[in-house]
Design a binder for this molecule. Structure first.
Ligand code: ADP
Ligand code: ADP
Length: 228
């Protein structure tokens, strides 16, 4: 077991009901997990808690032997070794593809930085695009840059928030497969949030279905009914 999340509970300060109630699961190294559920079911809250943007009321979260949080400890977001890919990609518009990717590599020495840049560009198949600016790329290419940037520092885990919401239907199908291939090739453990059953079924090794802040079911896609 690589990651363990135990009994995590959280409520927003101005609310009575829990946004997340006793969330527990384990994740193996390299697994792609989808958090699936309708709007308001608690998906974003899971990501915010794992990323460290919210403090849980209860529960614990460990990556290998490292305690990320428990009743006594709360590791700050930047110390967690967790990368994020946001819904709108959030690339820096005034920076090239290479600069965007290297932004997170400030701890790397100069030569190592260049080497890692080439590695991740190859991984997302954008070798010829290092000097382009985000506005010179298609939506799908921008998304691949965002993934390259998140993967570049070799995080333990990456979190993706609705990674397909800004893409048209045709591109969505193509990118689904690409994303799964990239994550698997990079051997990156990932948790991605979606409200789309087809996304979850196409990409995930396992799906966590949420309803009203509670886990309804966890299983492999073939064991979970796709109503679409
Ligand atoms: P999802 O990502 O599945 O749409 P969220 O995690 O955003 O769900 O929300 C879970 C629950 O927490 C919902 O009932 C939502 O209204 C509530 N919620 C989310 N963010 C806040 C907030 N900042 N303040 C109060 N309630 C919130
Ligand atoms: P998502 O698309 O991730 O589900 P939402 O549209 O639910 O996001 O929420 C957008 C923003 O509004 C988030 O920052 C969330 O925390 C906040 N939010 C969601 N529900 C509430 C709520 N009931 N009260 C206050 N803020 C909320």
């Amino acid at each position: 077991m690589f990651i363990s999340i135990d009994n995590v509970c959280f409520s927003y300060s101005n609310t009575k009901t829990a946004a997340l109630d006793q969330f527990s699961m384990t994740i193996e190294k390299g697994e792609v997990i989808s958090i699936l559920g309708p709007s308001g079911s608690g998906k974003s809250t899971v990501l915010r808690l794992l990323a460290g943007l919210e403090k849980p009321e209860d529960g614990s979260f460990n990556i290998q032997e490292t305690v990320i949080f428990n009743e006594k400890k709360f590791l700050q977001p930047e110390k967690r070794g967790i990368g994020m890919v946001f819904q709108d990609y959030a690339l820096f518009p005034h920076m090239t593809v290479a600069e965007n990717i290297m932004f997170g590599l400030f701890r790397f020495k100069k030569a190592a930085k260049q080497e890692r840049l080439q590695e991740v560009l190859e991984l997302v198949e954008l070798e010829g695009f290092a000097d382009r600016y985000p506005y010179q790329l298609s939506g799908g290419q921008q998304q691949r840059v965002a993934i390259a940037r998140a993967i570049a520092p070799k995080p333990h885990l990456i979190l993706l928030d609705e990674p397909f919401s800004n893409l048209d239907a045709e591109l969505q199908g193509k990118i689904r497969k690409e994303l799964r291939d990239i994550l698997k090739k990079a051997d990156i453990t990932s948790v991605f949030v979606t409200h789309d059953e087809n996304d979850a079924h196409a990409i995930a090794d396992r799906i966590v279905k949420l309803k009203d802040g509670k886990i309804e079911v966890i299983g492999r896609p073939c064991d979970i009914l796709n109503i679409n």
